[in-house]
Design a protein around this ligand. Structure first.
Ligand SMILES: Nc1ncnc2c1ncn2[C@@H]1O[C@H](COP(=O)(O)OP(=O)(O)OP(=O)(O)O)[C@@H](O)[C@H]1O
Ligand SMILES: [Mg+2]
Length: 332
């Protein structure tokens, strides 16, 4: 099977800065892959190379089997791109912008106009179609931008931070549009700093830091990698904590921690909700009172923090080191 996107060993320097340090990437047809990483980790550079806007210093990449350096025209036939910053013209109306993009794709005037109408309707912009986009809200501009990138019916779509700056409702709307495109068979590579966005949309997540892939997998796989599910229990009487911990030993998939002062017990488990039912039953049999019991799954935020040593949306420079990985970081 031909992969929709394949990259091997992509390296890119900007002067002294090594923006990409050997990126490999495989994206299957019809899937959404989320490129996740802090500011300056190389997300946009990767997207620009894959969409033929930038040549790598070394390494290769193909889109639908066509090499991005050797055969950029064939690649451009297949792709659509919504950049991190708006590409639409401020002084034109929404409709004029889409018609212009249509003409750039060599559609006839009539076809460009029909395609513009169709996309305006699809993105809920019909009412605003004949207004200058200077007056559009951020969400409307992002939708217009996405509409423009769909003019040529791309089979592979690159979305560079498609929802940055949008309010939660507009973001949700954008997610629905992306999900629709994927259900129609479009392959999507999206970059994002929002972990919940990757969680919601992406079947595979690739985490970049300083131009290298530092982890990849499904959201669940990445979460398991940082520790998996755990049950957190507060017993009513803290003197029962140790006894409770011992009684629950058979449910644990790793070391149980008990705190005899607070009466808190943390049990790593697999099989989440089944384990919580068993835990309640065991404690009940032991007549140990439960003040609180909860299943806690690591979030992608936990993953990100543990992998990169800093939370998202925080400049790398000001991040405080919180894991041992910090030592091997730094540009080279
Ligand atoms: N045209 C350029 N000239 C010089 N340096 C660049 C250029 N483009 C990117 N860089 C540098 O390359 C590195 C990677 O940048 P890139 O834009 O790919 O990161 P990013 O992950 O998209 O970040 P952000 O989350 O801020 O969009 C950064 O150190 C950046 O400063
Ligand atoms: Mg970027």
């Amino acid at each position: 099977m031909t992969l929709a996107i394949q990259a091997r060993g992509l390296v890119k320097h900007f002067g002294e800065v090594k923006a990409l340090n050997g990126i490999d990437l495989d994206v299957e047809q019809g899937k959404v892959v989320g490129l996740l990483g802090p500011n300056g980790s190389g997300k946009t550079t990767t997207v620009r190379i894959l969409s033929t806007l930038l040549r790598p210093d070394s390494g290769t990449a193909t889109i639908g089997g066509h090499d991005v350096v050797q055969d950029p025209d064939a690649v451009r036939q297949l792709i659509g791109l919504t950049g991190q910053y708006a590409a639409v013209d401020q002084y034109l109306t929404g409709r004029e912008n889409l018609e212009l993009f249509g003409r750039l794709f060599h559609l006839s005037k009539k076809d460009a106009s029909a395609r513009a109408d169709e996309l305006l309707h699809r993105f809920d912009l019909t009412e605003a179609a004949d207004r200058g986009i200077k007056g559009y809200s951020g969400g409307m501009r992002r939708r217009l931008d996405l509409a423009a990138s769909l003019i040529g019916n791309p089979s592979v779509l690159f979305l560079d931070e498609p929802t940055t700056g949008l309010d939660p409702r507009s973001r949700q709307g954008m997610w629905e549009v992306i999900e629709d495109l994927v259900s129609e068979g479009t392959t999507v590579l999206l970059t994002t700093q929002y972990l919940e966005e990757a969680d919601q949309l992406a079947s595979k997540i690739v985490v970049l830091d300083h131009g290298s892939v530092i982890a990849q997998g499904t959201a669940d796989e990445l979460k398991t990698q940082v520790g998996g599910d755990r049950i957190e229990i507060d017993v009513v009487d803290s003197v029962d904590a140790q006894r409770a911990g011992d009684a629950l030993a058979s449910l644990a998939s790793g070391a149980i921690t008990t705190d005899a002062t607070t009466g808190k017990i943390v049990i790593p488990v697999t099989g989440g909700s089944t384990a919580i039912v068993s835990a309640v039953r065991v404690l009940d049999e032991q007549s140990i009172g439960i003040a609180d019991i909860a299943l806690r799954r690591p979030t992608l935020d936990d993953v990100f923090l543990s992998l990169t040593g800093h939370a998202t949306e925080q400049p790398v420079e000001s991040a405080t080191p919180s894991t041992g990985r910090r030592g091997r970081r730094g540009r080279n």
